[in-house]
Design a protein around this ligand. Structure first.
Ligand SMILES: [Zn+2]
Ligand SMILES: [Zn+2]
Length: 378
């Protein structure tokens, strides 16, 4: 499929403009003149999740090959099927094309960290983890440059009502007579021993969730993307393609419904904590938990991320930097999901007790989603 691309040119000299994170406006690399982006007063809207899921066309669409004609040098090049903003590989001119997905981003967080600032953040992070300062500069010189991406995310809002039953454990002490050895001789002594009194409990907790963010891209491993959170969604601005000029931008490759399954894992851990607080006492067992989600809404948004790979001892590592906050996320042996998955496996094996806790199901669904999508998370 052929696509026409657009770019923005300098009023002064006609050279292509790019979005500058430092200036928060479009900038010409040749004559340095800048062009402001009109700020929009449009409100950031939430969209009804149930309605969208009903209306979405579930047919498996074939991925299209995007042939893009550069508006500057007229060369034709291809973009990845989910990309809609990039640079011409021949002349470097920014190219933005139309969306192909049904849901398009209506808001975004503009790049705040420049490439230089991102590199500094990475240097600090990698230096503290891996390298002596003397070896760091050579290592950095040998490795990839950072590339700027606007990666798609879903945000979900939900009100939840959860019914539970379980047990509350209260610690008490009893005095018991024990034989102990003092100076090589057996003596009878009374000692305090801890016991737990378990009482059956049941109840209901309410939780409201606002902007649970879920990465909707497979460009970097899932846990690296997720670990870039938190994102400050109060800083979202209405979509305007001028913010994208010069950066790579992608449409979602993790669908709306699958994203919600992943969001449920995050909500579930908050819900379980609020159940524990509600039960009170010294220890808690959750034997049954059933959650209803209502007033669910979503947004499709773009978040700014600097991405690169580096090579170390014959192995490639991915890393990314949150270009709103400067948080660095790199390949590490753990992730929230992995922890949740391990916890899920453990809790299903407890003493053969019969219960209908939804927790293992929520985890299982989420891990299936990741598996089906063959999302790699290390
Ligand atoms: Zn210019
Ligand atoms: Zn070109």
């Amino acid at each position: 499929m052929k696509f026409k691309s657009i770019n923005f040119t300098c009023k002064n000299c006609g050279a292509p403009l790019r979005f500058s994170p430092i200036e928060q406006s479009l900038k010409c690399e040749f004559c340095q003149s800048t062009e402001l982006i009109d700020s929009s007063l449009e409100k950031i809207k939430e969209y009804d999740l149930d309605k969208a899921l009903k209306e979405l066309n579930r047919q498996n669409k074939k991925e299209i090959i995007k042939e893009v004609k550069c508006s500057k040098c007229s060369a034709t090049f291809t973009m990845t099927p989910y990309s809609f903003s990039s640079n011409c590989p021949y002349c470097g001119t920014p190219a933005i094309i139309d969306f192909v997905k049904e849901i398009t981003p209506k808001s975004l967080i503009p790049f705040k960290l420049s490439q230089k600032e991102a590199r500094e953040a990475f240097k600090k992070w990698i230096g503290s983890l891996w390298f002596a300062p003397s070896k760091l500069n050579k290592f950095l010189a040998d490795n990839d440059k950072l590339k700027g991406y606007y990666l798609p995310h879903w945000t979900y809002d939900a009100k939840t009502v959860s019914n539970y039953y379980g047990q509350r454990g209260d610690i008490y002490y009893v005095t018991v007579e024990k034989t102990v050895i003092v100076d090589g001789r057996e003596v009878r002594q009374s000692v305090q021993e801890q016991r737990i009194r378990w009482t059956p409990v049941s109840g209901r907790v309410h939780n409201d969730f606002d902007d649970i963010t879920i990465g909707a891209s497979k460009t970097i491993p899932y846990n690296i993307l997720d670990n870039l959170a938190p994102w400050y969604t109060k800083k979202l601005v209405p979509f305007n393609n001028k913010y994208l000029v010069g950066f790579n931008s992608e449409e979602y490759t993790i669908e709306l419904d699958n994203g919600f399954e992943l969001a449920k894992v995050k909500m579930n851990s908050v819900i379980r904590q609020s159940v524990r607080n509600d039960i009170g006492g010294d220890q808690q067992q959750i034997l049954s938990l059933k959650t209803n989600y209502h007033d669910t809404s979503y947004k499709n948004v773009l978040f700014p991320i600097w991405i690169a790979k580096f090579k170390w001892k014959q192995k490639n590592y991915n890393y990314a930097i949150n270009a709103q906050t400067g948080k660095v996320s790199g390949e590490r042996p753990y992730s929230w999901l992995k922890i949740a998955l391990v916890a899920g496996t453990l809790s299903t094996g407890v003493g053969g007790a019969v219960y209908i806790d939804e927790h293992p199901q929520v985890i299982e669904k989420a891990s299936k989603v990741l598996h089906l999508l063959s999302v790699n998370f290390s």
